[in-house]
Design a protein around this ligand. Sequence first.
Ligand code: SF4
Length: 353
Amino acid sequence: MAKINIIPIFVPHLGCPNDCVFCNQKRITGVSNFDINNVLKTIEDHLSYFSPLSPREIAFYGGSFTAIEEDLQKELLSIAKSYKDRGLVDGIRLSTRPDCIDDHVLTYLKGYGVDTIELGIQSTNEKVLNLSKRGHDRSSIFYASKLIKEAGFKLGLQQMLGLPGDSQEYSIETCKEIIGLKPDFVRIYPTLVIKNTELEHMYLNGTYKPLTLDEAVDLASKLIMLYENSNIEIIRVGLQATENLKFDKDVVAGPLHDAFRELCESKKLYMVLKAAKLDIRENENISLYSNARNNALLVGQRGSNKENLKKLFKTDKIKFKVDNTLADQIKIIAEKTYLVDIKENIKKIVKGW
Ligand code: SF4
């Protein structure tokens, strides 16, 4: 499928009735003042440099769109609709909270041509929702997701890792419940401690401990395997880098890394090779063949995964070679030759979770 070019309109915290402990939307989106007059300019600017041949969507991100005053929502949606009606964009998407969805809302979103609704659900665990001050219970998540699917929208669900009270067990349980909701796609975000949030106070007074980078990568790679095994598209893992999303700017603590997804995908391939239980002797010469993308992941960021694989196979003599005929497989030539099927091994790994 051709890559969709997104025209992002950030509606930072506009109308959101809540203050989740981790949220400072003004900082996360990098926009502190919203001006509706800039919306047209943002759309026109993006359209001027997108190829007319690739699909384009207007996306209202950053806050809880359907919690904004209804008149303003409709004003924003009518701008987006006018572009869709003229064939200048192909779709409209927005993100919101589960408790800001009902039949009335879905009816007018349909009328304005909205195609995709993303729900920030973060966790399905009641304790985690409470401690994160999400302001709704788990039943809202199931109710809103069902309504959205029944009304014929594309459904996206966002899951967060490492929230207050969270654990690996709860995250895996949330992931399985999300899979049960049959979303069209998901996003996975590790929790970061952002300046001027309640979570920052909790971190500073010792009542909240963020995941380390290793813990977050380990857990996110497991969720990636669970979602992939259920054929659910994962459109993002980790927050998108912005000017302020840095340790010396707005991020106080947490598993922030520019290439977070790559770290997780590398870990996934490490786990696949581990699960394959290859019969390789100590100090053997090994050549790992895979396509270009998997080759880069097998080597890992600054060779980190290569070091892990050396430990796994108990040898320093590993070579990484590109063979683009291998789509979902890794060929290992050692004393014997092995063909490791990535999907089959993922199926094996997640079976026990
Ligand atoms: S619902 Fe979303 S926008 Fe509102 S406080 Fe929570 S994370 Fe922020």
